[in-house]
Design a protein around this ligand. Structure first.
Ligand SMILES: [Zn+2]
Length: 378
């Protein structure tokens, strides 16, 4: 790593993190609330409905893929390359679904919620005494061989189901008494519509028209790295089980430009320093929930969340600031005419108040919120 990396580490007081991700703790259990509660708080006047306009600034190159490869000349670059295209290269956007997905992931991380997305098993190639050919560390390979496994092969790595016992994904909602975790209650799940909606983010300005980056694609982090792995006793097929998870993975890789190489792909991108604008709509959302949303997205603070492709290479770091908030007690919303609806004067005060309500709420997980703020600080 360069001396530049050294400097930034000293500044942030974070340990060296060559993997590009870190962990926030997982709560012991999730809190669950009947879905009928949402109507109740809406009717009680303790919940808010309205909208928030936000500005998104890219802190590192951003790549939201449209899933296609294009010829470089098609994208206005020098002829002769194949480039991984971004969504709407002429007028780039960040889809609302991408923003909502990111918000949900970060919200889950700071609340006592279920785990909606967690890779639970994967295959890992291994070989004894062949460093390059093995995706497992030699220490684990030796264990596999000692347990009667082949010297090289493919091992199944799986997380012990017990790790998820108390934070298992919420079941689809069938009746009003069905209970959901805080994240499912706010963002929705099967059979229950969420209460926050994100618009697509439109590009307002960009320092220049990207170009392309050399990116060495990296897969998901190996499962054996996210907990303590050992060979499952008594299994005929080579199997590793992972227990005592270190936590939920949060990306915080530092972006360092790559030079051309055999493995590198060319990716189109939106450069760092670009500005996007988007709108978040919410209805019947409590102050505490709103505080959780502000907090997890690092709105108006020096915090970066990551979206899009190449997260482990430091791509897709964004910071979000609020521009205007309109929030009405839900009951009042219907009785207020459009002309009467005015933005909140003391926006930052309102955000602070909401965050305080969040920290005090029973569904918050302040311990991991603190860790998240530290991991994602910029
Ligand atoms: Zn849930």
């Amino acid at each position: 790593m360069s001396s530049h990396g050294q400097k930034s580490r000293q500044r942030s007081q974070l340990p060296r993190n060559p993997k590009g991700y870190d962990f926030v703790c997982i709560p012991f259990t999730k809190t669950v609330t009947p879905v009928s509660h949402v109507r109740k708080i809406g009717a009680s006047g303790l919940a808010f409905s309205g909208r928030m306009d936000i500005e998104i600034k890219t802190l590192s190159p951003l790549h939201i893929s449209d899933g296609t490869l294009r010829l470089s000349e098609e994208l206005g670059f020098k002829k002769g390359f194949t480039v991984r295209s971004i969504l709407c290269p002429e007028d780039p956007i960040i889809p609302g679904t991408t923003l909502k997905g990111a918000a949900r992931t970060y919200y889950e991380a700071i609340t006592k919620s279920c785990v909606s997305q967690f890779l639970r098993r994967m295959k890992a190639k291994y070989a004894e005494n062949e460093r390059g050919a093995s995706t497992l560390p030699q220490e684990l390979v030796r264990q596999i061989v000692a347990a009667g496994g082949e010297q090289r092969g493919v091992a199944e790595v799986a997380i012990l189901p017990e790790c998820f016992e108390r934070i298992e994904r919420c079941s689809p909602v069938r009746k009003r008494s069905s209970r959901l975790c805080p994240a499912c209650l706010l963002f929705g799940t099967n059979g229950f519509a969420g209460r926050v909606t994100f618009s697509d983010a439109r590009l307002i300005s960009s320092p220049h028209k990207g170009g392309f980056l050399y990116v060495v694609p990296r897969g998901a982090p190996r499962l054996h790295r996210i907990g303590s792995a050992s060979v499952a006793p008594g299994t005929r097929n080579t199997k590793l089980v992972v227990e005592k998870l270190k936590g939920r993975k949060v990306y915080n890789a530092k972006y360092e430009p790559n030079t051309p190489s055999q493995e590198a792909e060319l990716w189109d991108y939106v450069p760092a320093g670009a500005l996007f604008s988007a709108r978040i709509l919410f209805h019947d959302v409590s102050m505490a929930e709103m505080g959780g949303l502000f907090g997890c997205l690092g709105i108006d603070r020096k915090m970066a969340v990551t979206i899009g492709g190449g997260k482990s290479s430091g791509l897709g770091k964004i910071s979000i600031s609020s521009k205007e908030i309109l929030a009405f007690p839900s009951g009042l919303m219907q009785r207020t005419s459009f002309e009467q609806r005015k933005p909140i004067d003391d926006r930052l005060g309102f955000i602070k108040q909401c965050k305080a309500a969040f920290i005090k709420s029973p569904f918050a997980y302040p311990k991991s919120y603190e860790v998240l703020k530290r991991i994602c600080a910029v």
